[in-house]
Design a protein around this ligand. Structure first.
Ligand SMILES: *[C@@H]1O[C@H](CO)[C@@H](O)[C@H](O)[C@H]1NC(C)=O
Ligand SMILES: [Cu+2]
Length: 243
């Protein structure tokens, strides 16, 4: 089959307008640009790991769930003091208002530029699901993110042991019953400070691994009759590490 270049460009831009991801950060008061999808990786310098498509991930068992596809390491690392604020900015306005926002970190062990985040390495530093109201018409954290200029601000736990870490921002769009859309992006950090805090093993999870399409939280139909009287939603995965 033959596709004209114009048709492909039109299809790409239609896709891009409905999806996306984290495009920049404010880390401890310094602005960092994200990787630019659809542009060649060659010549791009960013603290963010490479992601090549605005499309969501719809199979939570894929390796790309960790840091999106291709997930190749960034060339830069942001230095940030434990206890500082990190704000992620999505393409604006972020188009999805139903679903959670989660922020994870993983200790790179050594250099994040050679680290592959496999196994139980991820811990949460922040999460929010259904904030108020019911599953259908209530306020979800992704709605709050959109209302906040398509941004989400979290704090690096002040007692976190210094070292090199990935920070992974994730929002999940829940508007299609049984088929959530995952949007994860990772950035590379060096955390400074004098803390000694290390998350307990019970707070660590593997990504992929922590999510499943058969999890009732993930398969819920937010437009069902039952959803109109459901005012709680269990966020998947371990509890948040607060330091
Ligand atoms: C939303 O915006 C308010 C007001 O600027 C801010 O205090 C709050 O931290 C923001 N929430 C998140 C999760 O970023
Ligand atoms: Cu989308």
């Amino acid at each position: 089959m033959y596709f004209s270049t114009a048709a492909i460009v039109a299809a790409l831009s239609a896709t891009a307008s409905a999806h996306g991801g984290v495009v920049s950060y404010d880390i401890g008061g310094t602005t960092y640009n994200g990787f630019v999808p659809y542009n060649s990786a060659s010549g791009q310098t960013s603290i963010q790991r490479e992601w090549d498509s605005y499309n969501p991930i719809q199979d939570p068992t894929l390796a790309s769930m960790a840091c999106n596809a291709a997930g190749a390491p960034g060339s830069l690392v942001a230095t940030v003091a434990a206890g500082s604020k990190v704000t992620a900015y999505w393409n604006k306005p972020w188009p999805h208002t139903i679903g959670p926002v989660l922020v994870w970190m993983a200790n790179c062990g050594g250099d994040c530029k050679t680290f592959e985040p496999t196994g139980n390495v991820w811990f949460k530093i922040d999460q929010a699901g259904l904030i108020s109201g019911n599953l259908d018409t209530g306020l979800w954290s992704s709605g709050e993110m959109v209302a906040n200029g398509s941004s989400w601000t979290s704090t690096i736990p002040s007692s976190l042991k210094p070292g090199n870490y990935l920070i992974r921002h994730e929002t999940i769009a829940m508007h299609t019953a049984g088929q959530p859309q995952w949007y994860p992006e990772c950035a590379q950090l060096t955390v400074t400070g004098s803390g000694t805090g290390v998350p307990a093993a019970s707070l660590l999870a593997a990504i992929p691994g922590v999510y499943s399409l058969s999890d009732p939280a993930m398969s819920v139909d937010v437009y069902s009759t039952a959803a109109q009287t459901t005012t709680t939603w269990a966020i998947p995965g371990p509890a948040v590490y607060s330091g």
